[in-house]
Ligand binder design. Sequence first.
Ligand SMILES: Nc1ncnc2c1ncn2[C@@H]1O[C@H](COP(=O)(O)OP(=O)(O)OP(=O)(O)O)[C@@H](O)[C@H]1O
Ligand SMILES: [Mg+2]
Length: 506
Amino acid sequence: MSDDYCLRMERVSKTFSGVPALTNVDFRVKKGEVAALVGENGAGKSTLMKILSGVYKYGEYGGGIFINGGEAKFSSPSDAENAGVSMIYQELSPFLDMSIAENIYMGNYPTNFGGVHWAKLYDMSKKLLETLGLDYDVKMTLRRLGASQQQLVSIARALARDSAILVFDEPTSSLTNSETRNLFGIIKNLRDSGKSVVYISHKLDEIFAVADRINVLRDGENAGEFETGRCEAKDIIKSMIGRDISQMYPVNKAKKGAVVMEVKNLTVGHPYVPDKKLIDGIDFSVREGEILGLVGLVGSGRTEILNSIFGSHKGNHSHELILEGKKTEIKNPYEARNARMALITENRRFNGIVGIMGIDTNITLPYLKSVQRSFVIDKRKEAGTAAKYVEELRIKCSSVKMRLEYLSGGNQQKVVFSKWLNTSPRILLMDEPTRGVDVGSKVEIYEIMNKLAESGIAIVWASSEMPEILAVSDRILVLYGGTIKGQFSRGEADQEKILALASGVN
Ligand SMILES: Nc1ncnc2c1ncn2[C@@H]1O[C@H](COP(=O)(O)OP(=O)(O)OP(=O)(O)O)[C@@H](O)[C@H]1O
Ligand SMILES: [Mg+2]
């Protein structure tokens, strides 16, 4: 078959122990096109790409993959790579202690006299990185690069193999704004040089910035196909969740009560520069029922502030903490929990969730092992508690016993959320809680925040998504250069003004 679709996936179906994850999904990408794949958490995006990249072998799914018209039958990821399909992983490479050059050409080294031709390897790697506008020392170990740089090395690897199809599954979740812009530039160049790009993200603004066409999956089925120039975000959302969202940002109506937490003179040392301060003696407080937002660019210290309060910041830091009028010292997360604090972060690995355990156990898992021994776990109660959260947060799973590692990324995040809510905190700290979470579930998370606020909980949170932090917080603190540059109530300031403050423009 000759047409300009370099990749066609036709009537693809996949079940996991009888539960369908994909049903008759069609997906195609042209040469020289960026095709976005969107859908709610658990819609099947990653599963479809795992089929494309050989993680699920030929025979383990229904339907077919056609590359340039011929059917591809992969029995491993390296088969897929050899056929020109590259996944750009954001997760760290398993070969962190090998050089950048080795990572780029692994499995494909230039040789002479039967051995690796090192000089040539380094030279080729250097030239390749230059085409991406990068100037790294290619002999350096991969470990020495940051996450975003490692991702660029992964792109270089795809180029080294001359892959025709590159798949990006939520590539920007740990990138700064300027790194994201840089990545978009690279993706557009790839497209213009004739590559086919698949782009998965929950951030619709990114989709509109980078994609030519948008494919929507809902519950494992095709739900719509749109051309980027001919649709709006609300069309995509409707197709994704099957309804309009009447109010993206519900407003917190909780009455504000007494001050629950006062933080004084919070100082955090700079991670790399010994005598410098990342946060330089800030003061703030939060009241019962209040949602306080921390706004700042990546690196402004939001995460460090939250972790310092919670006793989980590793570096140098100090502050005075007054909880409900009483001076309190919190040296570690265990003490924080006893003081009825909870910290939800976006990094699932550090949230103490366990992949091989069920949703139920993860939610009710006591925070520290030491507490565990004194408990006899009531299995029925455990299941009941989990069922409540599964319903409230619409966690997509086949049962509350389902192992966490089988949940989609966004649904794992909802389990993290449930686990902390289940500790009934008085003070809820959250760092990028909606990262990787789909649009519909974001609204549910905001609603839960409002409900918690109404029950008197004080919330302090940070988010890089300006629209959400501005709309959901009752009050925001804008951080820049280690200090609080401005303080606004909801609706007092617009996005531009705040971004300018947060970037140190005025
Ligand atoms: N190994 C597995 N065993 C059982 N079920 C699985 C497995 N892998 C995925 N699933 C299920 O398949 C469905 C699709 O998951 P997938 O990871 O493809 O979703 P996704 O669209 O990538 O979601 P997200 O936006 O949250 O990343 C989910 O319901 C998930 O729980
Ligand atoms: Mg996914």
